[in-house]
Design a protein around this ligand. Structure first.
Ligand SMILES: [Zn+2]
Length: 291
């Protein structure tokens, strides 16, 4: 293992408030709490993980589009649009676009080489329109196929904001690998071809959701999990959110916990975990890495 990855940072494209029932299931079905819930969580981050690989910048997720709060036509109309607004409430200041957030940590969005999308919900695809057309956009083949299904928009997939003309999509199907160190996972996709960034299938939140395992000399190993959880402590306790497939979430959560047990101290970094940035800096500090 050599130093393929130089640095890791996290930025956030504004904040999102969601329903408490979204974070952890209370046993009621999604449609019930979506239509009846009266409370919102405190604002949570909309994280984009920024990985400086020796061959270019790699992003894990791209955040929420600022146009979703400035353009009244961003969301679908009718009942579907109403449900989008009941599901999440965004605050995205001018300085919270993907471009500005990358600039704030010293990067130029033009240097993004690969953008990985854990899945295709609105708060993960928001930066797509800002990416350079030279960037490769990776997501699971299963996830990408779901965009073109009927009623995709009801399931949180806004086709027009995803299938932007000119993007270089790379649909990923993790393949069986003989790497015992990623057990219980038996399949993966090697993003840069050097073993430093492995995409793992982690279905549950959506059928095509993927997580990213980062391993590189000089840095602690890290696992980026998208929306598998909204709080890594809940995940560690096998407590799952109320969005997606419940048994899939439990199965994947157990697999992730088994993987983490093999890499003691490895941070599990989610998209909307309020403690994610602290978990990242703590892991870097623990490993003696200067930020
Ligand atoms: Zn999300």
């Amino acid at each position: 293992m050599t130093n393929h990855v130089k640095k890791v940072a996290v930025v956030s494209t504004g904040t999102v408030s969601i329903r408490p029932e979204h974070v952890e299931t209370n046993g009621t079905p999604l449609l019930w709490w979506l239509t009846t819930s009266r409370s919102w969580t405190a604002p949570r981050p909309i994280n984009v993980y920024v990985i400086e690989h020796e061959r270019g910048l790699v992003l894990f997720d791209t955040g929420q589009d600022r146009r979703s709060v400035t353009d009244p036509g961003y969301f679908p109309g009718g009942v579907v649009g109403h449900n989008y607004r009941r599901l999440a409430r965004f605050d995205i200041p001018k300085t919270a676009t993907l471009t500005e957030q990358l600039k704030a940590v010293g990067y130029d969005i033009a240097d993004v080489r690969v953008a990985i999308l854990s899945h295709l919900h609105q708060d993960h695809i928001g930066g797509l329109s800002e990416l350079p057309r030279t960037a490769r956009v990776m997501t699971s083949a299963v996830e990408l196929a779901s965009v073109s299904k009927r009623f995709a928009v009801v399931n949180g997939l806004m086709r027009d904001h995803i299938l932007i003309p000119g993007l270089d999509w790379v649909p990923i199907t993790p393949q069986p690998v003989g790497d015992r160190s990623i057990a219980p996972f038996a399949s993966a996709h090697d993003v840069m071809g050097d073993g430093s960034l492995l995409l793992l299938p982690t279905p549950g939140h959506t059928a095509g959701s993927m997580s990213l395992l980062m391993r590189s000399n000089g840095l602690p190993p890290m696992l980026f999990v998208g929306d598998l959880t909204y709080d890594a402590d809940l995940l560690a306790a096998d407590r799952v959110p109320c969005v997606g497939n419940r048994s899939g979430l439990h199965e994947t959560t157990r697999a992730v916990n088994e993987l983490v047990a093999r890499h003691p101290g490895m941070p599990v970094l989610a998209a909307h975990d309020p403690a994610a940035a602290t978990r990242l800096s703590a892991a870097l500090a623990e490993a003696g890495v200067q930020r």
